[in-house]
Design a protein around this ligand. Sequence first.
Ligand code: AMP
Ligand code: MG
Length: 458
Amino acid sequence: MENQVFAGGEIGVSSPDETGTVSSPQSESKGFTSLHNFGARAMRDVRMKGFAERADVEEVQDFLRGQIRSLASEAVNLLSCVGRVLAEDVRAEVDVPGFARSAMDGYAVRGEDTFGAGAYDTIALGVLGEALPGKPFAGRVERGSAIRVMTGAPIPAGADAVVMAEVCEESEGVVEISEAVAPHKNIGAIGEDIRVGDLVLRTGRRLRPQDAGLLASIGVRTSACVRRPRVQLVITGDELLPAGSQPEGPRIVDSNSVVVRSLVARDGGELLPFEILPDRPEIISEALRGADADVVIVTGGSSVGTEDHAPRLVAELGSLDFHGISMRPSSPTGVGRIDDRLVFLLPGNPVSCMCAYEFFAGPSLRALGGRSREWPHRRVRLPLARKISSAVGRTDYVRVAVESEKVIPIATSGASILSSTVRADGCVIVPRELEGMGEGAEVEVLLYDDEMPAEVTP
Ligand code: AMP
Ligand code: MG
């Protein structure tokens, strides 16, 4: 039964329905569609009371899918377009090459002049001059003559073939040719690479290095790409010291922003400058209200503690569409909106923070930027070395190592144990329909990396 559960979908979702294509990005300046009234039930102040009810992971993901369209397009310079998503089709306005060119170093000739040439019966042609790439020969190749040409040089008028240098011997203005060449041979025709009007790249394409190269070759300077979502981090916690500090007594170093900023970069978001904020409602409120962003990601203070202000503030300033999700870790996650900004409330515990990001914020950022919501790394299917216990009704994010073609769940399951994610090669999602997964069951591992690990000798 596990076999069907993970086919293709984004993290935690069993029904793949995303193609990652861009839906009319120009028509939407912001990525959100009409409002749904999910907010009401979350408005009650849950502090120190716990969640009355929790939403299913799929419900939240469906909501986010319904909210998000890819952002509008912007002109992106050719030299920074790799990794960006095209917002419109690109057609060539020129032929490449725009002239017939030599595919060889050799001699441009009239093919018929070489007919009958052989090793013991060479044909001699007079060499009139030379054509180099970018430096054409001005004259014409008349019967009985040849022009020395290099690869990429324009074929001179009158010539219709190139004899390769290997079968030629030139001395004192005459070339002896020992092999015949048929007309059109060794000549790259106008438009052999790209023709005027060709659809070279389609809307929705995530540009690769060679795509940018091709754009350069057809004379493109900027291309219309989906705008990158602007992301405001709101890192909250009185106990936090900035990354790079030494932990000190009861104060810990903010690691969440270090993780999240890299995940945001991976997912194509543009990170705005941010600071660590104290657990003071007026300060958090100001940060939430003032953010000039498409997406606001709050970490810490998302739960039901006395210092957990963000959920109430989001509900007051906009709508708190979900708060409390049936998943482990990350159950105190919230999702809401303030004006046209999507707000994610990620729990402060580092594993929960990362997990909630991967389930909700990551796919949303990718979709805003015109990318696929799908898990952005490799996946493998392998048998479990030990069973995983879960509970029906709850979605679990289990860190696993992959060793000797087996999937080993990492024993430390605490949401505060960041090192569990470092020991892990990836995660296995136990969907809410399952009580767990048995030893030997084939599971899908969402790997944290794309490359195969290299053998590194210190
Ligand atoms: P909270 O969600 O604010 O209740 O925090 C839960 C746990 O996560 C607490 O132990 C916090 O100290 C810790 N925590 C909160 N924010 C961060 C952060 N930015 N980096 C590392 N740990 C954090
Ligand atoms: Mg806190």
